[in-house]
Design a protein around this ligand. Structure first.
Ligand SMILES: [Mg+2]
Length: 324
């Protein structure tokens, strides 16, 4: 089923609207708890994680960044910076996003990827809003922050969604393979928001593999995924499709180690949209930094409300009220 079919099917009933907002909040909170959970074991191997924790399954902070318990990293912070810029100007605007990222970098974030630092530095020096295409830019740094695009463009034609995705990605990462992976993650989140189940998400992942063979995830188990988006998404897809719930999926992926905050963040946004806020363990939500949790929930609602899907539904409701 296409996202547009799902959307036509679901417009208009209040229960389903509430469900949609719950899934959106689930996606944003899922991103944050996945980031915080994974950060503890980032750069560790599965064996090192087993020796230290048995199975890592709680938000305890620490890790190589020495994080406070419940604290998130750049994955969540850059998503919030992107979302703020979209809400401030009412559209996906490269310059507004660049300014927002630059402000974030000025505030001395706890972690920042080197491709991100380079892109923001280039913008500051020359006003560049699109870094040159680069075969080495297939890192996961643009995908990890893409959730606000999925929320704000819900109900837009696929070409418009892809264009919005490229605008935000190319500020720091410009690579065809990474663009394809990021667009697929956005489409999976959007389908899950609209009630698409795991079989539907699997078809989307398989369509990515059909177009871009390196993303094949049905072979060797992906352990120690690095910052290369292909490795990140192989681990994310394997964990998503091998499990039946939010917690088991997240525990699976972060215990693979490697770039675990980002596998946690990306899986968290997809699984949060799929399973809703009720599926996120209370102990994780309780441990999550309160200011972050509030900002994520608020942005999820505001971005979704501004999306064509919800703005469209609101105008249909207004028109039918006027007719009635
Ligand atoms: Mg991070």
């Amino acid at each position: 089923m296409l996202v547009s079919d799902l959307s036509a099917e679901l417009i208009g009933t209040e229960a389903k609207a509430n469900d949609l907002y719950d899934r959106a909040a689930g996606a944003y909170l899922g991103l944050a708890v996945g980031d915080a959970l994974g950060a503890t074991v980032e750069f560790m191997t599965p064996r090192e994680i087993r020796e230290l924790y048995g199975e890592h399954r709680n938000l305890i902070g620490g890790g190589w960044l020495g994080l406070r318990k419940g604290r998130v990293t750049d994955d969540t912070e850059m998503s919030l910076a992107l979302g703020s810029s979209i809400l401030a100007v009412g559209r996906v605007d490269a310059r507004a996003i660049a300014e927002s990222f630059s402000d974030w970098m000025r505030a001395k974030p706890v972690d920042i990827g080197h491709t991100v630092r380079r892109g923001i530095g280039l913008y500051r020096r020359s006003g560049t809003l699109e870094v040159p295409e680069n075969e080495y830019d297939a890192g996961n740094g643009a995908c990890m922050r893409s959730l606000p695009i999925a929320l704000f463009t819900l109900g837009s034609p696929p070409q418009a969604v892809a264009e919005a995705s490229r605008i935000q990605a190319h500020l720091t990462h410009h690579n065809r393979l990474a663009d394809a992976g990021t667009f697929t993650v956005i489409q999976m989140v959007q389908a899950a928001l609209l009630g698409g189940g795991k079989a539907h998400l699997r078809m989307q992942a398989e369509a990515l593999v059909a177009a871009e063979e390196p993303y094949r995830f049905d072979r060797r188990r992906m352990e120690n995924p690095g910052g290369y988006l292909v490795e990140t998404l192989r681990a994310v897809f394997q964990a998503l499709f091998a499990t039946e719930g939010f917690e088991t999926a997240l525990v699976d992926v972060v215990n693979r180690g490697g770039d675990a905050d980002t596998t946690g963040a990306i899986l968290g946004m997809i699984a949060g949209a799929l399973y809703g806020t009720g599926a996120i363990p209370r102990r994780w939500l309780n441990a999550l930094d309160k200011t972050t949790a509030r900002a994520c929930t608020r942005q999820a609602v505001a971005l979704l409300k501004a999306s064509p899907h919800c703005a469209g539904a609101a105008s249909v409701a207004r028109r039918s009220a006027a007719v009635g």
